[in-house]
Design a protein around this ligand. Structure first.
Ligand SMILES: NC(=O)c1ccc[n+]([C@@H]2O[C@H](COP(=O)([O-])OP(=O)(O)OC[C@H]3O[C@@H](n4cnc5c(N)ncnc54)[C@H](O)[C@@H]3O)[C@@H](O)[C@H]2O)c1
Length: 414
């Protein structure tokens, strides 16, 4: 058994930066290679790795070269959603042809933009004989995992299983043009962020150590989507000014608000419900992740903006805007929350520690590619429900060829 994992990162953007910072808390891996489209961002991320002493990565312009590097044992895929399938195809081809040799591949959310894409990704990874991990960080967030353990260990053990999980992720809008474009991203905020909330809900409702898909069986999915803020003419124009004519919410909006309820039957035969809410129309201090779990005699709650540290800056102080206090920060004055280690608080550090250990030990990650595929099915059922304004019954939903109107660019905000 190897005792260290050489990690190659495909992509050198926002998420690759989060992973790099998280590896400070992962003791049995080194970042040995980074591949991206722009040499400058790849080199800069490599410099960050050297400063943080988490590796001395080689820069590559092509993911195929990265896979051929014998130092790379596993690849973390952080390329954008519309490039995801071609990235996985390239990695799988290098491995099946024998030009590269890997133990595993860890893939960012969402696994695919449709069920068909997610299924192809799972098949490519399995046919190449690779272990696969689905990078859903929120179910590794320490606030969530510890509260989950206590709610089940002290509450559910005495009073019975929980029945309601509420999960929300909200911020004021994504950081790159492609996220806003339904045809590239695969949808709007439902695809981008509800993937987190539905999986966090499944995690909370499942006993610690149990397999989520064995404990929870979906029954119905109901959802609603809207474009509450960014389809307003003044805000649609703001997007055009920021990103150019390809992000035109007067012509081709994507939803900036989504709400879904997913009804399950749990392993005790009891009814359980996930309520998921996501938005790109929340202007608060910054990114807010909130979670609740309710059971017969107990409840837990977590909110990432209820930070242990805050700073206050008076009206006499003005300075440049930044994201130095919290992700998707919206202000630099007044009483502001700050997260000292966002990679840890959002779960990326524990997620990567778990993935590295699973790949080294040859065990199946608790978030597998099949979980990613399951999440994609839930999201597609939610889009179908929203666009047809009806409740979707899980056992009769045919989602394999479904492409949401938002992803086709044909959805209209109202
Ligand atoms: N888990 C989370 O909380 C979280 C947060 C943000 C993003 N993500 C996911 O991570 C992925 C990347 O998002 P991001 O915010 O880093 O995006 P980004 O646009 O900031 O970075 C994407 C990177 O991929 C590279 N890239 C673009 N096109 C490419 C191509 N054709 N071939 C190779 N590389 C290419 C870019 O150069 C860039 O380095 C997305 O799937 C997104 O959904 C996850």
């Amino acid at each position: 058994m190897a005792d260290r994992l050489g990690v190659g990162i495909a992509g050198s953007g926002f998420m690759a930066g989060f992973h790099v910072r998280s590896f400070v808390g992962v003791r049995d891996a080194d970042v040995v290679a980074i591949a991206g489209r722009t040499r400058k961002s790849v080199d800069e991320l490599g410099d960050t790795c050297r400063e943080l002493r988490i590796g001395d990565p080689t820069s590559y312009g092509d993911v195929r070269e990265l896979v051929r590097d014998p130092k790379v044992d596993a690849v973390w895929v952080t390329t954008p959603n519309h490039v995801r399938l071609e990235t996985i195809r390239a990695i799988a081809e290098e491995v099946t042809s024998g030009r590269g040799s890997l133990r595993g591949i860890a893939i960012e959310k969402p696994l695919g933009r449709t069920v068909a894409e997610a299924k192809e990704i799972v098949a490519l990874v399995e046919e190449a004989g690779l272990a696969g991990g689905y990078l859903e960080n929120q179910v590794f967030a320490p606030g969530l995992t510890r509260a989950h353990e206590l709610a089940w260990g002290r509450g559910a053990a005495v009073a019975g299983s929980p029945y309601l999980a509420r999960c929300a992720e909200e911020h004021s809008g994504p950081h790159r043009a492609w996220f806003w474009q339904g045809e590239k991203q695969g949808g709007g905020v439902l695809n981008d962020m509800m993937c987190h909330s539905v999986e966090a809900g499944r995690f909370l409702l499942t006993p610690p150590g149990a397999v989520k898909s064995a404990w929870l069986t979906p029954v119905t999915v109901n959802a609603q989507i809207s474009c509450l803020k960014w389809a307003r003419p003044a805000y649609a124009d703001q997007l055009v000014r920021r990103y150019g004519p390809e992000v035109d919410y007067r012509r081709a909006p994507a939803e900036d608000y989504a709400h879904a309820t997913i009804g399950y039957v749990n392993g005790d035969g009891e009814e359980a419900m996930v309520e998921a809410t996501t938005s790109w129309s929340y202007v608060g201090a910054g990114l807010r992740l909130s979670f609740e779990l309710l059971g017969p005699e107990y409840a837990m709650a977590a909110n990432t903006l209820d930070t242990e540290a805050k700073v206050f800056l008076s009206r006499e102080i003005s300075g440049p805007s930044g994201e130095d206090l919290v992700e998707k920060q919206n202000a630099e004055g007044g009483l502001m929350p700050l997260l000292a280690d966002e990679a840890a608080s959002y779960g990326h550090t524990d997620e990567n520690r778990h993935m590295v250990r699973s790949f080294l030990d040859g065990t199946k990650p608790t978030e597998s590619l099949h979980d990613g595929l399951f999440v994609t099915r839930l999201l597609m059922a939610a889009y179908l429900s929203a666009q047809e304004e009806r409740s979707i019954r899980w056992d009769s939903a045919d989602l394999d060829d479904f492409v949401p109107d938002v992803a086709k660019g044909t959805w209209r905000a109202r």
